[in-house]
Design a protein around this ligand. Structure first.
Ligand code: ATP
Length: 241
């Protein structure tokens, strides 16, 4: 498996507040990389840096051989970086299909006609095909999460970045999301998944990394990452969501 994403010593700050003081890691094609860490560890900030919502003050992000460190979010999306948001905010008055179409056309820079097949494929992959004509505002939370994933998949990404898609779901629903991610993995897509549910992270990822105050505490085999003393320590007293 070749490296699809290389993060080289990135430093990320909001104004004067330094959040990530130098972080390096690699993501291999077809892998699921889990990202854990206590609240405020910088997981979403890392996601924002990858997607282009915040530009690192130092370091490089290389995606598929291209230096994207300073590239706009739109261009990154066109190149194949797709993300979900922690709190799904679909266009409630639009159907499932229309919601996916927005990302697949405007987001990914395609005409609607060219985007349509990607939308159908994405909606099928997440199991919402039967509900494609339902208004997003009528969906259950689990289906909203499915829609959120479909909106990202509709852009036909090479890497899918998932930000706490399991948050707020019941145990059985979390298992549904886990099964969905396992299905997606079989299609060859590369996934980086931020999540607080440790059991899910250990069961669903090929590699697991733990951040603490913006730094890499541990990166490697999921169980070994979870069982290492430093990771156990930062998680003491931290509730799983
Ligand atoms: P959680 O698990 O709670 O989602 P996280 O690991 O994703 O946390 P971030 O959301 O990346 O952490 O936040 C890292 C730090 O950056 C926190 O101290 C947070 O308060 C701060 N932060 C986040 N966004 C901003 C912002 N726009 N401006 C200033 N500080 C911010």
């Amino acid at each position: 498996m070749s490296t699809i994403l290389k993060v080289e010593d990135i430093h990320v700050a909001y104004g004067r507040i330094k959040i990530i003081p130098g972080l390096s890691f690699e993501l291999r094609e077809g892998e699921v990389l889990g990202v854990i860490g206590p609240n405020g560890a910088g997981k979403t900030t890392l996601m924002n840096a990858l997607i282009g919502l915040v530009i690192p003050t130092q370091g490089k992000i290389i995606f598929d051989g291209v230096d994207i460190t300073k590239m706009s979010p739109e261009k990154r999306c066109h190149l194949g970086l797709g993300r979900t948001y922690q709190i799904p905010r679909p266009f409630e008055g639009m159907t499932v299909f229309e919601n996916v179409l927005v990302g697949a056309s405007y987001g990914a820079g395609r005409t609607e006609a060219k985007a349509r097949p990607y939308c159908i494929e994405a909606i099928k992959k997440v199991g919402l095909y039967e509900k494609k004509d339902i208004l997003a505002g009528q969906l259950t939370l689990l289906d909203r999460k499915r829609l959120e994933i479909a909106r990202a998949l509709g852009t036909n990404p090479k890497i899918l970045l998932l930000d706490e898609v399991a948050a707020g779901l019941t145990e059985a629903e979390v298992q549904d999301v886990q099964d969905l991610v396992a299905d997606l993995k079989t299609t060859g897509i590369t996934i980086m998944w931020i999540e607080h549910v440790i059991k899910t992270m250990v069961e669903s990822t090929d590699k697991l990394m733990c951040l603490s105050t913006g730094s890499l505490l541990r990166y490697g085999d999921p169980l070994e990452t979870m069982n290492c003393a430093e990771v156990q320590e930062v998680y003491l007293g931290v509730d799983e969501e």
